[in-house]
Write a protein of this length. Structure first.
Length: 242
């Protein structure tokens, strides 16, 4: 019996399932995407795109241990794949393993020094370690490549405020929130900086654009607690960049 076409058909079906899984992931249906990636891996256990996709889907569902396992396997198979490294680093951050995240981001940057995910993520990882000056150096590198990147600039401003340069951090964020496309997280960062500076009324006014009154007051209480810790000289990076 001639089975030569069966292999080709199987490969085609696997490629189709992988494309469907990736499209489903991009649409935000992580559970269905994970099942589809798993289906691809049954037929092809060494498919790096499927391992990466599964890891990304698991991470988005909060299944970080599972994500780590498949991403480590993907890294074994493709040690220079920057997407695998940045996704693995993001999992480490979610697990509060910031130093391991920094190391993974560094590996990604050795592959591609302009990788925006690695630049942004490394800055955040350093900020969670309260290594704000080092983080700012990474953000500045990123902004030299991507000067209009909202996330890099917003995180840079927040890092400045945490390292004591509240005036400069506030000024950057006040500019960013004027953009009509500014996301709520930018206003959230500005409100946090106001809170760290003791400007609770300004923080309330900023938060009220996106939150209900009870949510606003809950955030104000958090800011007040963070301000007390900061005034006591305690590191708060891990409490802010989460």
């Amino acid at each position: 019996m001639d089975l030569s076409n069966d292999g080709a058909g199987s490969v085609t079906a696997g490629a189709d399932t992988l494309r469907l899984a990736q499209a489903t992931s991009e649409a935000g249906d992580n559970e269905t995407a994970a099942r589809l990636f798993e289906k691809v891996l049954v037929a092809d256990p060494v498919s790096v795109p499927a391992l990466l996709g599964a890891g990304n889907s698991y991470a988005r569902m909060g299944q970080n241990s599972r994500a780590e396992a498949v991403l480590l396997r993907a890294h074994e198979l493709a040690p220079s794949n920057a997407d695998v490294l940045t996704t693995l680093a993001r999992v480490y951050l979610a697990q509060h393993r910031s130093q391991m995240a920094v190391e993974a981001y560094d590996k990604a940057l050795r592959v591609d020094q302009r990788n925006v995910s690695a630049l942004t993520g490394k800055g955040v990882a350093l900020d969670t370690l309260s290594q704000h000056k080092q983080a700012q150096g990474v953000y500045e590198d990123g902004l030299s490549y991507y000067p209009t990147n909202f996330i890099l600039r917003s995180n840079y401003a927040l890092s400045l405020a945490l390292s004591g340069d509240i005036i400069r951090g506030t000024a950057i964020l006040q500019e960013l929130v004027k953009d009509p496309l500014a996301a709520p997280y930018v206003r959230g960062n500005l409100a946090l900086v106001y809170g760290l500076d003791g400007r609770d009324n300004d923080a309330r006014a900023t938060l009220s654009l996106d939150m209900k009154p009870d949510e606003v007051e809950e955030n104000i209480r958090v800011y007040q607690a963070l301000r007390r810790l900061r005034l006591e000289g305690k590191p708060i990076g891990s409490l802010v960049f989460v």
